[in-house]
Design a protein around this ligand. Structure first.
Ligand SMILES: Cc1cc2nc3c(=O)[nH]c(=O)nc-3n(C[C@H](O)[C@H](O)[C@H](O)COP(=O)(O)OP(=O)(O)OC[C@H]3O[C@@H](n4cnc5c(N)ncnc54)[C@H](O)[C@@H]3O)c2cc1C
Length: 531
């Protein structure tokens, strides 16, 4: 064990030094320019303004400061936050009934800290939410427990898992309890654009009536299937896999109040509690195509391929859940943030940025972004000077990066490492990752602090990622390196680089590692805003 520790510590040191050197030389060579120009995709959004003619009624009482499209996790939290800061907020949500979905059920402790900062922590009360204290990781019949480093926090600080719809309903109620927040049911059909500035939205109520709502700032939070983001960003969506969701009843998790990740074949299987009596199981199915639920292929797949890999304590409940037949699926989408800063509008939540849900990071990123935006908007009394505001808010894209890019990169990289592969180098990397985390101490605390959002630092992420790779190589080469082992080791390192560097590149090297060198970082609030 001691020898493993020494290899591990050496691996961390070497990886940090090598990475610092690489980043330094990369950033010297490549001057990444962050465009400060205002880019509006006029073609797409002008269609919106054309039909914004006289036949559509203007919503009554439109003295709103902010329109929020969508009252999901991001929209509801944002509505409360801006409402509390005294803004007149108009939220338009397609369906105000309690959602029933398999997404957004595990809030990492870092996300809970953001709820605290926003004063929304009571939204996880009274919904039978379960505290989560860490993860259990399973591979080939072995398992290891990874606790969140929560020692220095109050006892209420932990992860929370719950029914997503209950959580959202609590946040919607809380937002609409503020007199200056108006929550309305309606479907936003398009953005209202005039000369490159977004002035509001067109929306339809359930009865088919069409309205226009106007406000100096429109924040689009219409979620992962966003229809409205097209004119506000360059959406490059990838769908590496799907999650298949089941609810297990009448069983206990091997580690109570922990998430369980099975490093399965072909890819990971997750379990976590969503109430005092229910356990969510999410089975990752790689690729674009899913076995059909309708014709029984999915049940067959779950019983023959997945069930044998489920921990024995959960096996019977897993089979019972498949037999019961309430099988839900969702695409696992990932999309780096790539906004066109547009006067009068902003994207937030999944409409803006997505990452693989393996690490349960989506809500934490959304809530963390809301804190950044709230702090930026706070000094502004008036939001009417759209272009000055847009210019100022470009700093948002850099200020959010340390947290968002760490969580995003970890999700993408961990998903790749955790998938089974016939390639011996990838197999070594996966095993090295499991063994590295099993070492405990700094080897598990560092990565779990990243995953939980408690300490999301990009440099720490890269250091641990390459430490895992170097640890894997060290074990291959010590004590007897053979040519074959050297070859596998070299492929392991190149494979690891091939996983993480493209993700970091998409996140933006400079914004991620040197945010203070991005000019927009220093934008100050516009001074003269006219009323
Ligand atoms: C399978 C899966 C599992 C996940 N698990 C987790 C997890 O455990 N932990 C975690 O932190 N994250 C998880 N995520 C990610 C998380 O669900 C999202 O990051 C989060 O829900 C984003 O919030 P949002 O407000 O952007 O979108 P949503 O919560 O989806 O809200 C969007 C809202 O907009 C409304 N809307 C859409 N279009 C319109 C329109 N035109 N007009 C009006 N309203 C509209 C919708 O009705 C909806 O209420 C998971 C994602 C997936 C796919």
């Amino acid at each position: 064990m001691e020898y493993h520790y020494i290899v591990g510590v050496g691996a961390i040191l070497v990886s940090t030094l090598v990475f610092l050197f690489l980043v330094y030389s990369f950033s010297e060579k490549r001057k990444v320019t962050v465009s400060s120009s205002i880019h509006v995709n006029v073609k797409e959004s002008s269609a919106a303004s054309q039909d914004g003619g006289a036949h559509i009624a203007e919503a009554p009482g439109s003295r709103d400061d902010v329109i929020i499209v969508g009252a999901g996790v991001a929209g509801a939290a944002l509505a409360y936050t801006l409402g509390k800061d005294g803004r007149q907020v108009h939220v338009i949500e397609r369906d105000l009934n309690q959602p029933d979905r398999i997404v957004g059920e595990l809030l990492q402790p870092g996300g809970y800290l953001k709820l605290l900062e926003l004063g929304l922590q009571d939204c996880v009360d009274k919904i039978d939410a379960q505290q989560v204290f860490g993860y259990a990781l399973y591979k080939d019949g072995k398992n290891t427990k990874l606790s969140y480093p929560l020692e220095s926090f109050d006892s209420d600080v932990s992860g929370r898992s719950f029914h997503n719809g209950r959580f959202i309903q609590r946040m919607r109620e809380k937002a609409s309890s503020l007199p200056n927040v108006k929550l309305e049911q309606g479907t936003v059909t398009s953005l209202l654009e005039e000369n490159g500035t977004i002035k509001g939205v067109h929306y339809k109520t359930k009865s088919g009536q069409e309205f226009t709502a106007k406000a100096p700032l429109t924040i689009v939070c219409d979620g992962c299937f966003s229809n409205l983001r097209r004119s506000l960003c360059n959406p490059k969506v990838e769908v590496p896999s799907h999650f298949v969701g089941l609810v297990l009843e009448n069983c206990n998790l091997p580690y109570a109040n922990h998430g369980h990740v099975i490093l399965g074949d072909p890819s990971p299987i997750l379990f976590y509690p969503i109430s005092s009596t229910e356990i969510r199981c999410l089975v990752d199915v790689p690729g674009q195509k899913l076995p059909s639920v309708g014709n029984g292929e999915m049940a067959h797949y779950l019983k023959t391929v997945v069930a044998p890999q489920v921990p024995p304590e959960l096996y019977n409940s897993f089979i019972a859940a498949v037999d019961k037949g309430n099988i839900r699926t969702m695409p696992n989408r990932s999309m780096p943030a790539s906004p066109y800063p547009t006067p009068g509008a902003l994207l937030m939540g999944d409409a803006f940025n997505m990452r693989h849900p393996l690490t349960g990071g989506g809500m934490t990123v959304a809530l963390s972004d809301i804190v950044v935006l709230r702090d930026l908007l706070k000094p502004l009394r008036d939001l009417h000077d759209a272009s000055a505001l847009c210019n100022y808010l470009e700093s948002f894209y850099t200020l959010r990066k340390p947290v968002a890019s760490t969580i995003n990169t970890l999700a993408g990289a961990l998903y790749k490492v955790f998938c089974a592969s016939p390639d011996p180098a990838r197999k070594e990397m996966r095993q090295a990752c499991f063994d590295y985390l099993s070492l405990g101490g700094v080897f598990s605390n560092g990565p779990i602090a990243l995953l939980s959002g408690l300490n999301p630092r990009p440099l720490s992420l890269v250091a641990h990622f390459f430490a895992v790779a170097i640890y894997g190589v060290g074990r291959l080469l010590i004590p007897f390196p053979s040519p074959k082992r050297i070859w596998i080791g070299a492929r392991l390192i190149s494979g690891a680089s091939g996983i993480i560097f493209p993700i970091i590149k998409a996140e933006g090297v400079r914004q991620m590692f040197f945010p203070a060198t991005v000019p927009a970082y220093y934008r100050t609030p516009p001074i003269h805003s006219h009323h």
